[in-house]
Ligand binder design. Structure first.
Ligand code: NAG
Ligand code: NAG
Ligand code: NAG
Ligand code: NAG
Length: 560
C-alpha cells in the first residue's frame, strides 16, 4: 500500500527553506548562511524590534563543526548555540513549520509527518476498511484514468501504457465502500429516464419503451443545454451503435476563465486519449448490450489534462459547470443522472472486476507487468501474484457478497485462497514463502529470495479475516489466517528498529542494510497492528503498536 505524501513533504520542505531563508536574512544581514566568517562578539542586527529585539540580544556567529566532516554557520548566545532548522530538518529528518493562531506565532516541531488513526471499536469486516474513507485513489498520479470499459483505475506505476493492478483496484473499491458508510447522503437528480422524467433535448430524438433513442445519421445534432453545477458524478445506461462513430459528450466550462472542454465517451478499446480540448474515454460497445457508466466528470477531465501534461494541480469542482450534453451517431439512453456521489456503483465495479479477471485455475489475479528486482533480487516476471492483491481482492469480494447476497462473489473470494497454499517460488501460482524454511509468510512481492514485506502481509491477513467471518464455508480462510497470525507474532519484533520499523526483512534474506519504513509506511504498520489488536488480545500486538506509535513522537527504545 502506498500513501501519497510526497507532496505534503515537499510543501513542508519548501516552507522550511523559506522560513530559514527569511530568518537568516533578518538575523544575518548581508551574511550568506554558508559563509565561513569567523567573528567574535559581533551583534547581529535584524529589522528594528520586529523579532523581539534581535538587536542587542547578544547573538553572535559561530561555526558548527559537524562530526569533524564539514561546518555550518550557527548562532551563539552565551553558552547556548542555535543551529539552523533547515540543517536539523535534513540531518535528523524531522519536520517543523511556523504556525500562527490564538494571536501569536510559534514554531511547531514534529518528529514524523504521518498520522495514527486509533480504532473506535472492534474491527467490523462489514464496516469501513481501516481509514480508507480518506483515500482518493483516482486522483493518485500513478492512476492513468478510470477505465470507462471496466469502471476501475488503470495504473501506470511500472508501465506507461497502463495496466490493471489488483491492489489499486481493490483500494479504489474499498475507499468507495468506506465513503458510502461515512459520508453524508448524496444529492441526486435524474435528467432523463425515457418516460417519467424527460429533458428538453434539441434535435431528433424519440422515446420508446421507456428509453431515449437517437440517430444523427442525417447530419443533425442532438444537444441538451444545461447549467448544472456542483454535482459531477454522472451515471447513465447507454447502448451506443459501434459502427456509427457514436458518442456521448459532456461540455464542461470553467466558469471563471470561460474555457471549454469536451469530455467524450466513445466506443474504443483505448482507455484514454486527448487532443487539446477534446478528451476521449473508451468504453465497451456491443450491439444489444447496455453499458452502465458511473463517471466522476471532474476526475475524467483532470486525467485528460494530465495525460497531455497540462496543469497537474487539483481542479476545483466549484469552478466548473456542465454547459451542455451532446449525442452523436446512434444508440439508446436511459437513467441519465447527476449526483454529488455514487460510491456503491464504483465499489461494485471493482468487485465485478475481481470476478471477471480471476484466473480460473489458480484463483489468482495475475499482474501483467514485470517488476524490477532491487539489490540482487530477481525481477518479478509478468503474471506474478501478490498476497496483498489476493487479500485486498478478498476484502472487496467479502463485502460485495455481504451487501448483495450474490454467491458469485463468495465463490470468487474462496477461490482466491488457492495461491496461499502454493510456494511463492512458483511464479503466477503461489504467494507463500517460509521464514527459515518453516514460518509461512504471505508475500506482497513473491521475490527470490523472499522479501517478507510487513504491510502487504498484514493486509492479506485482514482479507482472510474478512472472509472467515462470513461463516462455515470459509474454514480454509480461518486456517490460513491463524497460521499467518502465528508467524506474525513470532516475527513482528524483527521489524522493530528501536526508533521506527523496517519495511521488510531484506537485510535478513539478502544480507544488506535494513530497508527502513518511511513514516507513512511506519504509520500504516501501527494502524494495522491497532486493528489486529481489536480482534486478538495477544499483548504483543497492542504493546508493539503503542511503542511504535511513540517512535513517531521521537521516543526511542532505551540503550544499555
Ligand atoms: C450508501 O449506499 C446506500 C445503498 O445504495 C445508499 O442508499 C446511500 O445513499 C449511500 N450513501 C452514501 C453516502 O453514499
Ligand atoms: C439511423 O438512421 C438511418 C437513416 O437515416 C438508418 O439507416 C439507420 O439504420 C438508423 N440507425 C439506427 C440504429 O436506427
Ligand atoms: C467515423 O469517423 C471517422 C473519422 O472522423 C471517419 O473517417 C469515418 O467516416 C466515420 N464513420 C462513420 C460511419 O461515420
Ligand atoms: C433504468 O433504471 C430502472 C430503474 O432502476 C431499471 O429498471 C432499468 O432497467 C434501467 N434501464 C436500463 C437500460 O438499464
Amino acid at each position: 500500500m502506498r500513501v501519497n505524501l510526497k507532496v505534503a513533504i515537499l510543501c513542508v520542505c519548501v516552507g522550511l527553506t523559506l522560513i530559514t531563508v527569511s530568518v537568516w536574512t533578518r538575523c544575518g544581514g548581508e551574511l550568506s548562511p554558508f559563509s565561513r566568517r569567523h567573528t567574535k562578539q559581533q551583534p547581529i542586527h535584524g529589522d528594528e524590534g520586529e523579532r523581539g529585539g534581535s538587536e542587542g540580544t547578544g547573538l553572535e556567529e559561530i561555526d558548527c563543526q559537524i562530526n569533524g566532516d564539514y561546518s555550518i554557520p550557527c548562532r551563539r548566545e552565551g553558552d547556548e548555540v542555535y543551529l539552523p532548522f533547515s540543517f536539523i530538518h535534513k540531518y535528523f529528518e524531522v519536520y517543523g513549520k511556523l504556525a500562527s493562531y490564538d494571536g501569536y506565532e510559534r514554531f511547531e516541531w514534529s518528529h514524523s509527518y504521518s498520522k495514527v488513526y486509533y480504532p473506535k471499536g472492534k474491527y467490523d469486516p462489514r464496516g469501513v476498511f481501516l481509514y480508507f474513507e480518506n483515500y482518493n485513489v483516482e486522483l493518485r498520479e500513478r492512476v492513468k484514468c478510470i477505465s470507462a470499459a471496466e469502471g476501475v483505475p488503470v495504473s501506470i506505476q511500472w508501465q506507461v501504457q497502463g495496466y490493471y493492478y489488483p491492489t489499486q483496484i481493490a483500494q479504489f473499491g474499498l475507499a468507495h465502500y468506506s465513503k458510502n458508510l461515512t459520508e453524508p447522503e448524496p444529492r441526486s437528480r435524474v435528467l432523463e429516464d425515457g418516460s417519467g422524467v424527460t429533458s428538453d433535448w434539441q434535435g431528433r430524438i424519440l422515446r420508446q419503451d421507456g428509453r431515449l433513442v437517437f440517430n444523427t445519421s442525417d447530419g443533425s445534432q442532438i444537444l441538451l443545454k444545461s447549467d448544472y453545477v456542483l454535482d459531477f458524478i454522472m451515471s447513465v445506461d447507454l447502448m451506443l451503435r459501434p459502427g456509427d462513430n457514436s458518442s456521448m459528450t459532456f461540455v464542461l466550462q470553467n466558469r471563471e476563465k470561460k474555457e471549454i472542454w469536451f469530455l467524450h465517451y466513445v466506443c474504443s478499446s483505448v482507455h484514454i486519449y486527448a487532443k487539446d480540448h477534446d478528451i476521449y474515454h473508451g468504453m465497451n460497445c456491443e450491439d444489444g448490450v447496455w453499458a452502465s457508466l458511473t463517471r466522476d466528470l471532474i476526475v475524467d477531465l483532470q486525467k485528460g489534462l494530465s495525460f497531455q501534461e497540462i496543469p497537474k494541480r487539483k481542479l476545483s469542482r466549484s469552478k466548473f459547470k456542465i454547459a451542455s450534453i451532446l449525442l452523436e451517431g446512434s444508440g439508446w439512453l436511459d437513467n441519465l443522472t447527476l449526483s454529488s456521489s455514487q460510491h456503491l456503483p464504483q465499489f461494485f465495479a471493482a468487485a465485478r472486476w475481481f470476478v471477471k479477471h480471476q484466473d480460473p485455475d489458480t484463483g489468482g489475479w495475475p499482474i501483467s507487468v514485470k517488476r524490477r528486482g532491487t539489490q540482487g533480487m530477481k525481477d518479478l516476471q509478468p503474471g506474478w501474484l501478490s498476497a496483498m492483491g489476493q487479500g485486498h481482492g478478498i476484502s472487496v469480494l467479502s463485502r460485495a457478497y455481504y451487501l448483495s447476497g450474490d454467491s458469485t462473489y463468495l465463490e470468487a473470494a474462496l477461490k482466491a485462497l488457492g495461491p496461499f497454499h502454493v510456494d511463492s517460488r512458483r511464479t503466477g501460482a503461489g504467494v507463500t514463502a517460509h521464514f527459515l524454511g518453516h514460518l509461512p509468510w504471505y508475500e506482497e512481492y513473491p521475490t527470490q529470495p523472499p522479501s517478507f514485506v510487513l504491510n502487504g502481509f498484514v493486509y492479506s491477513l485482514i482479507g482472510l479475516y474478512d472472509l472467515l467471518t462470513l461463516g462455515p464455508p470459509a474454514r480454509d480462510a480461518s486456517m490460513l489466517f491463524h497460521q499467518g497470525m502465528a508467524s506474525l507474532k513470532k516475527l513482528l519484533l524483527l521489524f522493530d528498529t528501536g526508533s521506527g520499523s523496517n519495511y521488510d526483512l531484506r537485510h535478513f534474506s539478502i544480507g544488506c542494510a535494513p530497508n527502513i519504513a518511511r513514516w507513512d509506511y511506519h504509520a500504516t504498520h501501527v494502524n494495522q497492528l491497532l486493528l489486529l489488536a481489536t480482534i486478538d488480545p495477544d499483548p504483543i500486538l497492542s504493546n508493539t503498536a503503542h511503542r511504535w506509535a511513540r517512535y513517531m513522537m521521537g521516543k526511542r527504545a532505551p540503550h544499555n
